[in-house]
Ligand binder design. Structure first.
Ligand SMILES: [Zn+2]
Length: 447
């Protein structure tokens, strides 16, 4: 062929791409058809293993390990290569797997919602843990004082430090060596510093360890939030208060909020924990934005939330006739709004309110089936709407005349709702920047 052996060696080792004329010359010299040299299949099992190993080592996942390149001599047995390839493949698979794809996150959410619905959103073991945590501090009713709150925390061997430079990705950071919980002094979204502190303590009281997967991460977060609510709105005091309100036919979320000094969202959600177990009232809870997009939802009263084909509710747009959307059109959206909604699964009485706190763009709805409306303040409302969703003729399709007027002449550009259920970055604790957290602990450990 008139080529230097070193030039052929470059071809052989994949460092040079041959021209077509060179392939033809090679094929002629070897008495083979040229397409035999172009075949993708390795000529032998051994060659296949060597090629796969060479490719694996070029993979960024392995390159990141900083190991020197491995040269495979002819004496290395096939089973050693097979063993190494299996390890490389698994390493790649684990690295490539994010903490959760949006589909996995949605599936995990749907599983948890079903589990919560089946138990009426009541977790006896967490109620018991909260009661035990409160026992030594002499709580007897009403809002938990700051002194009692700190006593609960110190009883578990933790101290509280407020820090302005808390990593942005964390709502709290705990130094387990020095038993310190670091917090910010101002609220994070709807979470007051009191709630964040108890959510953090909840992980330790409930014996959580680093979550193995996204489903466990979500479950732990729900349990920790439940624990915080169960300490701030203790079961027995709250159940007594709610039973009296029911007997007076004056149940209301805002009273629960005021008596226990928690956010409206926490009060509404806490109501769902206790309503079925203690009052025999099934109910539903929704948090949605002004566009009707659902952020959180719970039901055990048969109300049918919009869902995508995988059963996910978060991120779906709910019916225009539901109270969580109607409240945004009310004259005073920050006062409780009441309505009856006729839906294909029955008639519901609902109370909705736009939180006037930091999250002004969200409505919180608490609803119950019609036959239970008699226990609630606001049952005498004359507002009644009719929802035929998921029938597309209800509110998802524009009125025919309007649609005809703009046929082909409207081009809206959608705003992405990707902030809902983004696949969280990988790491031991989803969504948390570990370097930031460890830097933070370093800075404060000597304080
Ligand atoms: Zn509708």
């Amino acid at each position: 062929m008139g080529r230097a052996p070193s030039a052929l060696s470059l071809l052989e080792n994949g460092r040079r791409e041959p021209k077509l004329s060179l392939i033809e010359a090679l094929a002629a010299a070897l008495s083979l058809p040229a397409d035999e040299l172009m075949r993708k299949q390795p000529p032998s099992h051994r060659a296949q293993l060597e090629i796969a190993l060479a490719e694996s080592q070029r993979d960024p996942v392995l390159a990141d390990l900083g190991l020197p390149p491995l040269r495979v001599g002819a004496k290395v047995p096939n089973d050693v290569l097979e063993h190494m390839l299996a390890l490389y493949d698994e390493l790649r698979r684990q690295r490539a797997k994010p903490t959760a794809t949006p589909e996995e996150a949605r599936a995990a959410n749907a599983d948890l919602r079903l589990m919560m619905s089946e138990r009426g959103n009541y977790f006896a073991e967490i109620e018991a843990a909260a009661e035990k945590a409160l026992a030594p501090v002499g709580y007897s009713g009403g809002a938990l004082s700051q002194g009692m709150l700190l006593a609960v925390v110190s009883h578990h061997g933790f101290s509280v430090r407020y820090a302005q430079d808390l990593p942005r990705s964390a709502r709290s950071v705990t130094d387990l060596r020095n038993r310190r919980i670091y917090l910010k002094q101002e609220p994070l979204g709807v979470h007051t510093p009191r709630a964040v502190l108890l959510q953090t303590l909840g992980h330790f009281v409930l014996g959580h360890s680093a979550p193995a997967d996204f489903g466990e991460f979500l479950r732990q977060r729900i349990e920790a939030n439940y624990f915080a609510a169960a300490v701030l709105v203790p079961e027995h005091a709250a159940a007594r208060f709610l039973r009296e309100a029911r007997d007076a036919r004056d149940l209301s979320v805002e009273d629960l909020r005021d008596v226990f000094s928690v956010s409206y969202e926490m009060a509404a959600h806490r109501f769902t924990n206790l309503a079925t177990h203690h009052l025999g009232i099934p109910c539903h809870f929704v948090k949605n934005d002004e566009g009707g997009i659902i952020y959180k939802a719970y039901e055990n009263d048969g109300v049918v939330f919009p869902a995508d084909p995988s059963g996910a509710i978060e991120g779906q747009r709910m019916c225009r006739q539901w109270s969580g959307r109607q409240v945004f059109m009310a004259a005073d959206r920050f006062s409780p709004y009441y309505q009856y909604s006729d839906t294909p699964s029955g008639t519901y009485w609902c109370q909705a309110l736009v939180d006037s706190g930091r999250e002004r763009g969200f409505a919180i709805t608490l609803g119950a089936p019609y036959e239970h409306s008699r226990w609630f303040r606001g049952r005498d409302t004359t507002v009644r709407t009719r929802s035929r969703c998921p029938d597309p003729g209800c509110c998802q399709r524009p009125p025919a005349a309007l649609a005809a007027r703009w046929e082909g002449m409207a081009w809206p550009s959608a705003r992405a709702h990707s902030h809902i259920l983004l696949a969280l970055p990988s790491g031991s604790f989803p969504g948390v920047d570990e370097t930031d957290v460890l830097d933070f602990l370093d800075r404060h450990a000597a304080d």
